[in-house]
Design a protein around this ligand. Structure first.
Ligand SMILES: NC(=O)c1ccc[n+]([C@@H]2O[C@H](COP(=O)([O-])OP(=O)(O)OC[C@H]3O[C@@H](n4cnc5c(N)ncnc54)[C@H](OP(=O)(O)O)[C@@H]3O)[C@@H](O)[C@H]2O)c1
Length: 238
């Protein structure tokens, strides 16, 4: 049974990296959290200290529509409502460049980074609307705002995530549904383990990004931020 005012937030890719930091932050801040991940063993051990009444764990693979359906249904069965969705799961590798003729790499990235969030949003939408103040936070990237490296596949998918965010805002505005695309530069996770342009200690730390995600979830309906652009180094325009 949820206490009045308690909110239920779904987080994808919650077993490591940004998703795990978001899950831990929201869990510590009093949210009920429904976590989706491919690697349930890793998710369980990474969140073992969170109390069972606060957390639910579900198998979620962005490439498998059935797992998205089961996760949304399981969340409703467990908590009875959905107040927010953090679309975090994503991949950046292997690179897909303008010269690559084999589009299977692009297709895989598209499926995980774009169709995954689109499907979860569609499935959660009636419940996000029903709660009256639904929130969607999509983890895009600064690669969704500008093109700064040869991996056009990743940039295309992250630009598309921003389009999705604005579509959610447009669709849900009159029902109190708000959406934010959070667009970080380098974040210190496995994804940036091979990056040498910025030292790991100078990258955005996952706990700090998680704080911004929580902020987006907590903003009032009439003072929201559609895009949060998060720098760890100087950018030309933002
Ligand atoms: N790190 C950065 O510099 C950075 C910057 C901007 C944006 N982002 C975005 O932030 C998000 C999280 O990235 P991260 O840095 O935390 O990367 P990460 O440490 O590599 O974690 C990626 C997460 O996504 C999950 N995932 C990948 N493919 C999946 C699939 N098919 N189904 C379900 N889950 C899947 C992974 O699950 P497994 O453990 O099962 O692989 C993992 O939980 C991504 O959308 C990424 O594009 C990252």
């Amino acid at each position: 049974m949820l206490a009045p005012g308690e909110r239920v937030i779904m987080v994808s890719g919650a077993n490591r990296g940004i998703g795990l930091a978001v899950a831990r932050r929201l869990g510590a801040s009093g949210f009920r959290i429904s976590l989706g991940a491919r690697d349930l063993d890793r998710l369980a051990s990474a969140t073992v200290d969170l109390p069972d009444w606060r957390i639910a764990r579900f198998a979620y693979d962005a490439t498998d529509l059935g797992s998205a359906e089961a996760w949304v249904a399981g969340t409703l069965e467990r908590f009875g409502r959905i107040d927010g969705l953090v679309n975090n799961a994503g991949i950046a590798k292997p690179d897909f460049t303008l010269e690559d003729a084999d589009e299977s790499v692009l297709d895989a990235m598209w499926l995980t980074n774009v169709k995954g969030p689109l499907r979860l949003t569609r499935l959660a939408l009636p419940h996000l609307i029903a709660c009256g103040h639904g929130r969607v936070v999509n983890v895009s990237s600064l690669s969704g705002k500008r093109v700064k490296n040869p991996n056009v596949g990743y940039a295309m998918t992250k630009h598309a995530v921003i389009a999705l965010t604005h579509a959610i805002r447009r669709h849900g505005w009159d029902h109190g549904l708000r959406a934010t695309a959070i667009c970080p530069s380098f974040v210190r996770t496995d994804m940036t383990a091979g990056v040498d342009k910025v030292a790991a200690t100078d990258m955005i730390q996952t706990e700090d990004l998680a704080q911004l995600v929580e902020t987006a979830l907590n903003l009032p309906d009439n003072a929201v931020v559609a895009e949060m652009l998060v720098n760890c180094r100087l950018e030309d325009l933002f």
